[in-house]
Ligand binder design. Structure first.
Ligand code: PEP
Length: 256
């Protein structure tokens, strides 16, 4: 039996105005705001963090950002710093999402600086890793994931490691409707757990949640969430509608 509490995080990406976001979370709060079986994190765009944060005041939800800069302040036009997120009661931050890697040129070294800065500022990083279709077809999945995990976590101390969350998101499964098979997902999750064991030791590795992301929805979630090393989901498309997100949280609550 695992000691890890399941976690469902919604990555809204570049969707929803503050008003749309408040409307969505008011439905979520009404349906699952008081449940405590699953950790729930909502990650709106920066512009909706404050209003969504107020909207979840009375709920057992956490607030997450989708990105941040590693510096605390300065001449970085268009960027947002960890202390700014903390001032809005943000507790989690998605880092190294494949869209940031592919569309905005983020490297492992750059992402690593953000991971370190997030931990220093008491934000829990949700570090995203995953292979492209070409990399999977070339048989490089584990090698790619290993590099992203090891480089992304360089310099993270054992004392900070329990606050980490890793999301395995095969790039070919994101927003495509193609979901990894349970065996494909569990294989990579177990591999990541092994990497965490080497880096931080068995006790800590057993505490770190490893989420699956990539077209997770209520129909495929129960099977994925039943896997030994799948501790929750990072949800894109299905987090934008109350009904599907609520059903995902319920699926996580029922997963053994
Ligand atoms: C994501 O982008 O993190 C994601 C998992 O998206 P989707 O659920 O839409 O595949």
């Amino acid at each position: 039996m695992t000691l890890r509490k399941k976690l469902i995080a919604g990555n809204w990406k570049m969707n929803k105005t503050p008003a749309d976001g408040v409307a969505l979370v008011s439905e979520l709060v009404a349906a699952i705001g008081k449940q405590t079986d699953v950790d729930v994190v909502v990650c709106p765009p920066f512009t909706a963090l404050e209003s969504v944060g107020r909207g979840i005041d009375d709920a057992n939800f956490k607030l997450g950002a989708q990105n941040m800069h590693f510096e605390a302040s300065g001449a970085f036009t268009g960027e947002i710093a960890a202390p700014m997120l903390r001032a809005l009661f943000v507790t989690h931050v998605i880092l190294g999402h494949s869209e940031r890697r592919a569309l905005f040129g983020e490297t492992d070294a750059f992402i690593n600086q953000k991971v370190i800065a997030a931990l220093k500022n008491q934000l829990r990083p949700i570090l995203c890793v995953g292979e492209t279709l070409a990399e999977r077809e070339a048989g490089d999945t584990l090698k790619v994931v290993q590099t992203q995990v090891e480089a992304g976590l360089e310099g993270v101390g054992k004392d900070q490691a329990p606050n980490l969350i890793i999301a395995y998101e095969p790039v070919w499964a994101i927003g495509t409707g193609k979901v990894a098979t349970v065996d494909q997902a569990q294989e990579v999750h177990a591999f990541i757990r092994g990497l965490l064991t080497k880096l931080f030791g068995e006790t800590i590795a057993q505490k770190v949640r490893i989420l699956y992301g990539g077209s997770m929805k209520p129909s495929n979630a129960p099977e994925l969430l039943a896997q030994k090393d799948i501790d929750g989901g990072l949800i894109g498309g299905a987090s934008l509608e109350a009904r599907s997100f609520v059903d995902l949280v319920k699926a996580a609550a029922e997963a053994k």
